[in-house]
Design a protein around this ligand. Structure first.
Ligand code: FAD
Ligand code: DHB
Length: 410
């Protein structure tokens, strides 16, 4: 079997890349190790930057998002018992963000792809890739040797109980943070930069109407809390908890009481979270990680396979979408004209944006969370920074531009 682009992983990055390539007439195959319902149910991100919305809409995957997505003009910061609205359209050149769950994006992309199966963009579930062979040692220059069959990478995978191979012109690793593609980069060229955080998030979904119009990011002496939403009747809420927390330690009542305590406003004793049945409860660890370069010869990395951010600021999914949007254009340019310039600059171009998002996510995380060893001095610094954002247009603009998202290219 063979294809132009072999895609490892059918998360948002892999599915969207396949869709974008299909629109350019470039063949691809997506190999996803899990089954369809697992891929569609995995609870994850929900906040989409303007650019992400535009990419999904432009490739024909935006119809339900346009109907059901919740468009937001900003966020609310709560700290020191007070509240500050950060208005994105005013501060970030008219940009807005949209709440639409990753689970729904994945469902939309899968159903589009499967309905187009006959056109030759296969998506295989329960297809686990074990290794990539045939990668040249040519690193950045390898595309210039296109045409030589011996230089083509091969994916080795298992499907329906049989080991199989897929010969590709290019391989894109979209297999997330636990995938295998990153390890196909030779140790001599790859470098990973990492940071762990001394806290996790307890995330819940609740059948309760959101208690606010906009997302609330709260700094409190009891730790961080975030109020997000999934629809007019479903709230998504997160609480900072210690690493290693067992969700069983958090019965529903304890979660609601803690959320009320962390979101409390000093001048509004009445403000309370709307409560309702909790339908999902999970603890998420937090990590920052970047692997460089994002390309070796005919292998490219995209999304969580190349970089992880802590969730504060909601950059993970948006970075994954931006990676594949840029890569799809570069592959299109190469397939149309043989021009390798965009493929050759993919890694450097994306890493520049990736590091910006890494810094922003780190900044949001460390400004809003309470470390186990936090001193009163550290807390004063956090409150000073939050007060600066609340009182200076320059500081608020910096936050708004990063949150609402930068353009794909300068
Ligand atoms: P993934 O979504 O991880 O997809 C990778 C796919 O590859 C998976 O379907 C996997 O099954 C498949 N795969 C792995 N190995 C193989 C293999 N060997 N062969 C074949 N297939 C393979 N971001 C936010 O912005 N906000 C959030 O609130 C948020 N919450 C998160 C909560 C959790 C628990 C996690 C893990 C991430 C969260 N993120 C969040 C990050 C965001 O969900 C990711 O950035 C996004 O999923 C990245 O998409 P991706 O396609 O690169 O990777
Ligand atoms: C969501 C998650 C985030 O990490 C964030 O910063 C904002 C929203 C969410 O799941 O809705």
């Amino acid at each position: 079997e063979e294809t132009t682009v072999g895609i490892i992983g059918g998360g948002p990055a892999g599915l969207l890349l396949s869709r974008l390539l299909h629109r350019s007439g470039i063949s691809s195959v997506v190999l996803e190790s899990r089954d369809r319902s697992y891929a569609e149910q995995r609870q994850r991100a929900g906040m989409l930057e303007q650019t992400t919305v535009d990419v999904l809409r432009d490739c024909g995957a935006g119809a339900r998002m346009d109907r059901e997505g919740l468009v937001h003009d900003g966020i609310e910061l709560r700290f020191d018992g007070r509240s500050q609205h950060i208005d994105f359209p005013t501060l970030a050149g008219g940009r807005r963000v949209t709440i639409y769950a990753q689970t729904e994006i994945v469902k939309d992309l899968i159903s589009l792809q499967l309905s187009e199966l006959s056109n030759g963009a296969p998506l295989l579930f329960d297809a686990e890739v074990h290794s990539v062979s045939g990668l040249t040692q040519g690193g950045e220059q390898a595309t210039q040797e296109t045409g030589s069959d011996s230089e083509r990478p091969v994916l080795h995978y298992t499907y329906e109980g049989r080991r199989r191979t897929l010969r590709c012109d290019f391989v894109v690793g979209c297999d997330g943070s636990h995938g295998i593609s990153r390890s196909a980069l030779p140790a001599s060229v790859a470098r990973t930069y990492e940071r762990e955080y001394p806290y996790s998030w307890l995330g819940i979904l609740a059948e309760a109407p959101p208690s606010c119009d906009e997302l609330i990011y709260a700094h409190s002496p009891r730790g961080f809390a975030l109020h997000s939403m999934r629809s007019p009747s479903v709230s998504r809420l997160y609480l900072q908890v210690p690493n290693g927390t067992d969700p069983g330690e958090w019965p529903d009542e304890r979660i609601w009481d803690e959320l009320d305590a962390r979101f409390a406003l000093s001048d509004d004793q009445e403000w309370r979270i709307n409560r309702g049945p909790i339908t999902s409860k999970a603890v998420l660890p937090m990590r920052s990680s970047v692997t460089e370069p994002m390309r070796h010869g005919r292998l490219f990395l995209a999304g969580d396979a190349a970089h992880i951010v802590p969730p504060t600021g909601a950059k993970g999914l948006n970075l994954a979408v931006a990676d594949v949007a840029v890569l799809a254009r570069a592959l299109d340019r190469y397939c149309t004209s043989g021009d390798t310039a965009a493929l050759d600059s993919y890694s450097d171009d994306r890493l520049r944006r990736v590091w910006r998002a890494e810094h922003f996510s780190y900044f949001m995380t460390t400004t809003l969370h309470t470390s186990p060893d936090q001193s009163p001095f550290d807390t004063r610094l956090q409150l000073s920074q939050l007060d600066r954002i609340a009182s200076s247009r320059a500081a608020a603009t910096e936050l708004a531009e990063n949150y609402a998202g930068l353009a794909l290219v300068d």
